[in-house]
Design a protein around this ligand. Sequence first.
Ligand code: MN
Ligand code: MN
Length: 301
Amino acid sequence: MVAILSHGARVGALLFSASVLLGACRKEDPIAPDPLPDTEQPVLPIPGRDDNMALGNPSAAITSVLTPENYLMVKPQYALAYQNSRGTARWVSWHLSTSWKGNAERCDCFSGDDALPFGFFQAVTQDYTNTGFNRGHLCPSDDRDGSDADNEVTFLMTNVMPQAPILNQVTWGNLEDYARSLIYDGYEVYTVAGGYGAGGTGSNGGTTTTIAFGNITVPSRYWKVLVVLEEGEDDINRISSNTRVIAVDMPNTQTVNASPWGAYRTTVDAIEDSTGLDLLSLVPAAIQSALESAVDDGPTQ
Ligand code: MN
Ligand code: MN
């Protein structure tokens, strides 16, 4: 099933790229000056739907029922590693560019993920009812509105974690909005995100460590790492020590909105220490270590 889906996605992406390329050539033909020889043609910046895991597999997850704590799920819209004992993902990874965007309506169709193997805990939307926590998307609904089908996949409960409403709707949400604004300024963005620890404070007050009769852990912290590139191709090889990397680590509480998202910036190294993950693992080692030890100080809106 996974193989069939990803093959279909690849064919779709190729067809999409080809049509964009044709469109771009047609547009430029009348104004093109003396064309360069083929070997010197500049690479056109084509916003594509690139590999959601282009920056690596942060936990070396595999799709095996023998690894329920680190179970890789690759969907055309995003990839994740499921951790059965927490009832949520360890991380979710996705690519964002204008080519993922469209006019599909937010479906609000939360549903259990039937792609989980038999015997794994499978969250349902009712697990969150009256808990004081939102069903917080990792890969946002608004990042995947190119079609109804793309949008629906973001509502699978494997892409959802319990988030304090203020975190979800304000601080975390503002960073999602900021990331989407970048794609209209000529950028494409790779994101990896997740939660760690246990114990959050939702709208019911107090500290809650689990919901769903202990099957879903409420993280104490949420983290996210964004890699921002100018639109282009061969993305992994264009990442340099000057590439903008935004890493944040936020408390899963109702008081998080006391500060804007930029106040929660940290290093990728700190997130790796807290989570045990290896982020940006496909970035060459020297560049990876330079990028991971710096705190972003770029604009926040
Ligand atoms: Mn690209
Ligand atoms: Mn790393």
